[in-house]
Each structure stands twice: as C-alpha cells, then as structure tokens.
Write a protein that binds this ligand. Structure first.
Ligand code: HEM
Length: 491
C-alpha cells in the first residue's frame, strides 16, 4: 500500500530532479554552450519555447528579422540554432563545401508522402540518385521544349481574365489565378496534361487542400521535432489533409494511366525519369508529388509578389510597361528569347523575390560531422545553422533602403554599389539547390510580360494591402490579392 508519505517523497524527488534539470539546462545554454557568445534574446537561448511560440503564431519571419535588426548578422534563435544573414554563409552551409558536413535538418522537414523518401527527405545517396533521374527534365534542352507549354497556359490565363474584364467583372483575386496557372503548367510539364484549373476556373482538389492547410502542415513539421506529440497532428489536422497524403498518389496514378492511354509522343518528366529506370514506383510517385508542389506554389508566390509591388510603386510600373510595350512590337514577340533580354523586367522580378522570397524562413541545416566554423563562429556537431532569406534581404546590413522596392539596385545604379548582392539566393546554392530555377525564371517572366502587355492594374481594396504582412508557416499563408484589371488601350 502506498502511504501518503511515500507519494509525497516520490513527488518531491520528481520535482527536485526536474528543477535541477531545468536549472542545469539554463546554466548550460547560457554560460557553457558553444553558442553562448552568439547574440540574441536570452529567453531564446535558454529554451526552444519562444521559437515555437513565434512559429505557431505565423510570425517567425518578423521575430527573426527583429532579432537581426537588434543584434546583427548572426543571432541565436534557439539553444542549438543560429540564423545568419551573411553572404559567405551560403557557401559554408549550403554550398558544396558545407554540404559535406551539413544536411537538411530532418527534425524540421516532413515527408510529403507518408513512409516514402523523396528528393527533399532522403539519404545523401538517394538524393544524388533522385537528382540524376530528374536531370534531363531540368536541362537546357527540356527548358526550350517547355516554353510552348508555358505559353499555352499563359494564353489561357490571359484570355480567361479578358473574358471577365469584358463582362464587367474586372476585379480578380490574382493569388487564385496565379496558383491555377502554375499548377496547370506543372501538370502539363510533369504528367503531359494540365490539371484544368484555368479551364474550370476552380482549384484542383489536391491544390485546394494543400493551400488551405499550409498552416496545419507546418504544425506537422513541428511534430517531427517532438515525435511523442505526433498524435496531436491527427487531432488537429482535418481529415481532408490526412486524406490528401494518400489522395495525391491516386491522382498521380490516374494521370500516369490517362497519359499512357493517350500514347503521347511529347516528352514529359515521367518519360524522362522512366528512361533512366533508376526509381521504384513508390519513389517515382513521391518525387512527382514533391515536384508538383515545389514547382507551382513558389512560382505563384513570386508572380503575386511582382504584381503587388508593381502597383504599389508607380514609377517602376510605368517603366516596366514602357519597356515591355515598346521593346516588343507585337504579342508574337513574347518569347523567352526576347523577354529574357528585358533588363528592367528582370530587375523587377529580382526585387520582388528579394522583398517577398517564396521560402522566407531559414531552411535548416544540421551539422552531422565534428565541429566547424560558419562566418567565424564555431558550430558544434548536431547543431543547426541557416540563412533566413526574409531577414537577409530586408537588412540594411546587406541592402541600402532595404525595405523599399528599388529595381535600379540590380541595374548598376552607383547609389546601390554597397549592396551585398551575393546574399540574394532565392533558389539557394549547392547540391540541394532548386533545379527548377531556370524554368521558374522563364515561367515568371513570360507570365508577367503577357499580363503587362495586356492589362493595367491597381489594388482593388484595402484588404489586399495586407499582402506584405501575411503570416508565414514555412510558406506564405496568402489571403486574396484583389487587383482591378483594365485592358490597355489598343495601339
Ligand atoms: C520562384 C520559384 C521557385 C523558388 C523561389 C524555389 C526555391 C527553392 C528552394 C529555396 C529550394 C531548396 C529547398 C530546401 O532546401 O528546403 C528548392 C528546392 C527544389 N525546387 Fe524549387 N523553387 C522555385 C521553383 C521551382 C520549380 C518551377 C520547380 C520544378 C518544376 C522546382 C523544383 C524544386 C525541387 C525538385 C527541389 C528539391 C531539390 C533538392 O532537394 O535537390 N522549384 N526550390
């Protein structure tokens, strides 16, 4: 029989042990840990909870930026985690040199397909094999072939918008339209047929579920860190999201089937990968799911950002319209060869990616080898370092007038000579960098040129001003961006 005395003794022991553990952890983190001299708020150095609070509130990007503004280019954002905003850190952490020691932090990255590795979550050997299998799809030759596919979808985007404007429905939520367009493009490129979002003017169920649940998926990423609480995901996350994990496999399989029924002769990603014979069926499906998401949401974010910043910056908007509408003589001139030679447009795209990077938070890298240094700071094994793009690009340490949209900084204006342009890496660098970079630039440039060629626009409501202050749950949680479109006068 337990006596009251015994229960009290056990409780006392437990409380004492926990208290000693907490006090020891605080003393260790603040005074002994090799990151003890890295500046940052003490509470964040003591425990991970403040970071978790910021993460769950969708304000991690704002909070880390405030830390960099107060403490400088290297800050301690959690006991074992540093955010850095110096250009050298790209090579040291993400580049070929860094990747020998740093790997993606699998306490943060979650698999898109349950139980199946993909190019993002995989061992080093599998990652190289997956990259090799997809290399033909991201080659220059493939890029050239993809132009026609992109143009077909862009033409549909513009004709649908024109139809609405001509019918008097001149306000369009461009978040929706750009998501539909980039999702259709990726469907066409990967599976040989689009998802018909533009045609039906509705979200494909797969895309719809993913976008509605960006916030909840980021909770899932948190649970990778605390596996004991994984059951919480099942309670918090709606059934639709959990079902989505399996639903996308069904969609991919039916796309593959309808593709082989049509006996298409056109190259697509599936054909390229099948030729290598290097992937199992499960690996193929998981990677197709990953590319479908990685290749559409990011580009749609970039397109929305460019549209937003242009109409918020009158002189830049006037200049880009002038460049597009006078350099190109007719719509037939809207080709990648011609559009890639429009310097002001390219500068506007870069500037929008700088102020609104599609991956705004730090993509964490964990040191798996013995200790090393990053920007002169010693990093012990099993600790995490990253560059936080949102903070790096909005810091006056890196860019003059950092929070303003100034395309001329990319065009050799001497005023911006001191800008640290090397820190700007929206597609990151090294062996894990984005293989879709050239494709993304081509797609974004063609869409924006065609939109600028056809329409003038302005923000349609005050609510859309919130665009710049959206929450971030790993990705931007975007609310409607309503633009009032008008067809430009026929010349
Ligand atoms: C503006 C558009 C885009 C941006 C800013 C972007 C950015 C990025 C970034 C930062 C990463 C690294 C992720 C990490 O390490 O956690 C990445 C990876 C990746 N991206 Fe993109 N991306 C864009 C468009 C695309 C497109 C169009 C595709 C394909 C059609 C694509 C396919 C991929 C793939 C497959 C990976 C994984 C690479 C690997 O692990 O080796 N992305 N992207």
């Amino acid at each position: 029989m337990f006596s009251l005395h015994r229960v009290a003794t056990v409780l006392f022991a437990l409380v004492s042990f926990t208290s000693i553990y907490i006090v020891y952890t605080i003393i260790y983190n603040v005074f002994i840990h090799p990151f003890r001299s890295v500046p940052g708020p003490k509470l964040y150095a003591i425990s991970r909870f403040p970071w978790i609070k910021d993460w769950l509130s969708g304000n991690i990007h704002v909070s880390v930026q405030a830390m960099h503004e107060k403490y400088g280019d290297m800050v301690r954002v959690a006991p074992d985690e540093i955010s850095c905003i110096r250009a050298e850190a790209w090579a040291e952490v993400y580049g070929h040199k860094g990747s020998k020691a740093f790997t993606r932090d699998f306490k943060w990255y979650a698999r898109l397909t349950e139980g199946q590795d993909d190019i993002i979550v995989s061992t080093e050997a599998d990652h190289s094999r997956f990259r090799k299998a997809f290399s033909a799809s991201f080659s220059d030759k493939a890029l050239k072939e993809n132009e026609g596919i992109i143009m077909r979808n862009v033409a549909l985007l513009v004709s649908r918008l024109q139809k609405h404007v001509r019918a008097g429905n001149d306000v369009a939520d461009m978040i929706k339209w750009y998501n539909w367009c980039t999702f259709d493009v990726i469907g066409d490129l990967v599976y040989g047929s689009s998802f018909a979002c533009l045609e039906k003017e509705e979200y494909h169920p797969w895309l719809g579920v993913v976008l509605q649940n960006i916030k909840l998926s980021s909770y899932g990423a948190l649970m990778e860190r605390y596996p004991a609480f994984k059951w919480l995901v099942n309670v918090l996350v709606p059934k639709s999201m959990l079902e989505m994990r399996n639903m996308h496999i069904g969609i991919i399989r039916s796309k593959i089937e309808s593709r082989s029924e049509k006996q298409s002769t056109r190259r697509d990603v599936i054909a390229d990968v099948s030729d290598t014979g290097d992937l199992t069926q499960g690996e193929l499906e998981a990677n197709l799911a990953l590319i479908t998401m990685a290749g559409s949401e990011t580009s749609a974010t970039a397109l929305s950002a460019i549209s937003y910043y242009l109409c918020r910056n009158e002189s830049a908007f006037v200049e880009v319209k002038e460049e597009v509408r006078s350099t190109l003589r007719s719509e037939a001139d809207i080709t990648w060869d011609r559009v890639s030679e429009l310097p002001y447009l390219a500068a506007c795209i870069k500037e929008a990616l700088r102020l609104y990077p599609p991956t705004p938070v730090g993509l964490p890298r964990r040191l798996m080898s013995d200790g090393t240094t990053v920007c002169g700071q010693y990093v012990p094994k099993n600790n995490v370092v990253y560059i936080t793009q949102y903070s790096a690009y909005r810091s006056e340490l890196n860019f003059l007038d950092a929070k303003s949209f100034r395309p001329e900084r990319w065009l050799g204006d001497p005023k911006f000579e001191s800008d640290q342009r090397d820190v700007f890496q929206p597609f990151i660098v090294g062996p894990y960098s984005c293989p879709g970079k050239s494709l993304a630039y081509m797609e974004i440039s063609l869409v924006i040129t065609k939109i600028v060629w056809t329409f003038d626009w302005a923000l349609a409501d005050e609510g859309s001003l919130a665009f710049e202050n959206e929450k971030v749950y790993a990705l931007w949680q975007k609310n409607p961006l309503n633009l009032k479109l008008s067809e430009r006068p026929v010349r």
